[in-house]
Design a protein around this ligand. Structure first.
Ligand code: APR
Length: 315
C-alpha cells in the first residue's frame, strides 16, 4: 500500500491565494500549487514560502505555475482568480469580468482535475460558484462557495469583541447570499453554549448584524487598494481542511439547494456538513417569519445573478 500527500491547487496567487498557500503549508494539508496568469508571481510566492519551510516547519512541497495544465490530479482546488473590489464598487460590479475568468478556469479544471473538490472564493460569490458548477458540470457535492464561514466568523468576532470574551467560544450562523442582504440569525448565535440574546440587547445585536453585512466593505474602505484577504483565506482553508480530514464539520457554505428552504437550482449560504464526500448534507434550520422574509429577500438578489449567468452560458 502506498500513500501520497493530497495536492492542493490555489488558482489565483494574489492576496488571498498567497495567504492560503502559507496557511496550507503551516497546517501541512498537502503539497501546494499556486497558479496565476501573472508571470513570476505564483513562482515567487511559492519559493518564498518554500524558503520558510524549515522554520514553519512543514513537509509541504511548494510550486507555482502560469500553466493551468499544472492543475493535473489536484485533490482540492480553491479559486480566487479574478479582480477584487475597489472602494465604491459592489460585488456585483465585478460580475462580468470575473465570469469570464471563472469560465476559463473552470474549463481547465474540468480537463485537468476531473475529480477535484472545488471551493470558489471569487466574487460575486453566489454567481461565481454557480458558474463554476455549470462550466465544470461537476456534481454539486464537489463545487461549493466560501462565504458563510467568513460571514458567520465576522458576526462571531464582533460579538466576542462586544462581550470582551474569547472569539473561539462564539458560534454564529449567517445565511443567505454573500452580499448586503445576508441574514445573520441572531437567535442561533451562542457564547459558550449561552444564547447571545441573554447576553446582549436587541439594539446591540442589530448593530452587529448591520456591521457584519458591511464588514467586507469596511475593510475595503480602509485598505483602499483591495479587499479583505486574511479572514477569507482562513475561511477557505478551514473548508479545505474539513474535506481533506473528513471532519464532517458543521459550517455555513454556499451550497446548491435542491428543494431545501423552498429553493432549487440556486446556491445560497446555508449550514452544511462538510466531510470526505465534500458537501455531505444541507441542514435545514427552522426560520421564523422575519428570518424567512430576510432569507427570501437575499435569495431574490441571488436569483437575478443566477439568471444572468444562465443567459451568459446560453449565449
Ligand atoms: N487565472 C488565474 N489567475 C488569475 C486570472 C486567471 N484567469 N485572472 C486573474 N488572476 C489572478 C490575478 O492575477 C491576481 O493575482 O487572480 C489574483 C487575484 O488576487 P487579488 O487581486 O490579490 O485579489 P484577492 O484579494 O486575492 O481576491 C480574489 O476573492 O474575495 C474575492 O472579491 C475577491 O474576487 C476577489 C477574489
Amino acid at each position: 500500500m502506498s500513500f501520497k500527500k493530497p495536492k492542493i491547487a490555489l488558482v489565483g496567487a494574489g492576496q488571498i491565494g498567497g495567504t492560503m498557500a502559507l496557511l496550507a503549508a503551516q497546517k501541512q494539508l498537502g503539497d501546494v500549487l499556486l497558479v496565476d496568469v501573472v508571470e513570476g508571481v505564483p513562482q515567487g510566492k511559492s519559493l518564498d514560502i518554500l524558503h520558510g519551510g524549515p522554520i514553519i516547519p512543514t513537509s509541504s512541497q511548494m510550486s507555482g505555475s502560469n500553466d493551468y495544465a499544472a492543475l493535473k490530479d489536484s485533490n482540492v482546488i480553491i479559486v480566487t482568480a479574478g479582480l477584487p473590489r475597489k472602494p465604491g464598487m459592489s460585488r456585483d460590479d465585478l460580475l462580468d469580468v470575473n465570469f469570464g475568468i471563472i469560465k476559463t478556469v473552470g474549463e481547465h479544471i474540468k480537463k485537468s482535475a476531473p475529480n477535484a473538490f472545488v471551493i470558489v472564493v471569487t466574487n460575486p460569490l453566489d454567481a461565481m460558484v454557480y458558474a463554476m458548477h455549470r462550466v465544470t458540470g461537476f456534481p454539486t457535492n464537489r463545487v461549493v462557495g466560501m462565504a458563510g464561514v467568513l460571514d458567520s466568523g465576522r458576526f462571531a468576532a464582533l460579538v466576542a469583541e462586544e462581550l470582551n470574551v474569547s472569539a473561539e467560544d462564539v458560534t454564529a450562523l449567517v445565511m443567505g447570499g454573500h452580499g448586503d442582504t445576508m441574514v445573520p440569525l441572531i437567535r442561533y448565535c451562542s457564547v459558550g453554549g449561552i444564547p447571545v440574546t441573554q447576553l446582549l440587547s436587541k439594539e446591540k445585536l442589530d448593530a452587529i448584524s448591520k456591521r457584519t453585512a458591511n464588514a467586507g466593505g469596511e475593510v475595503v474602505a480602509l485598505l483602499k487598494t483591495g479587499s479583505a484577504f486574511y479572514s477569507p483565506a482562513l475561511s477557505a482553508i478551514h473548508m479545505a481542511e474539513a474535506y481533506l480530514k473528513d471532519k464532517r464539520s458543521v459550517i455555513t457554505a454556499a451550497a446548491m439547494l435542491n428543494g431545501e428552504y423552498g429553493y432549487k437550482g440556486m446556491y445560497a449560504g446555508v449550514p452544511v456538513i462538510l466531510g470526505g464526500n465534500g458537501l455531505e448534507k444541507v441542514i435545514e434550520v427552522e426560520l421564523d417569519a422575519d428570518e424567512k422574509k430576510s432569507f427570501e429577500t437575499s435569495m431574490e438578489a441571488v436569483k437575478s445573478l443566477v439568471e444572468w449567468v444562465d443567459k451568459k452560458m446560453a449565449g
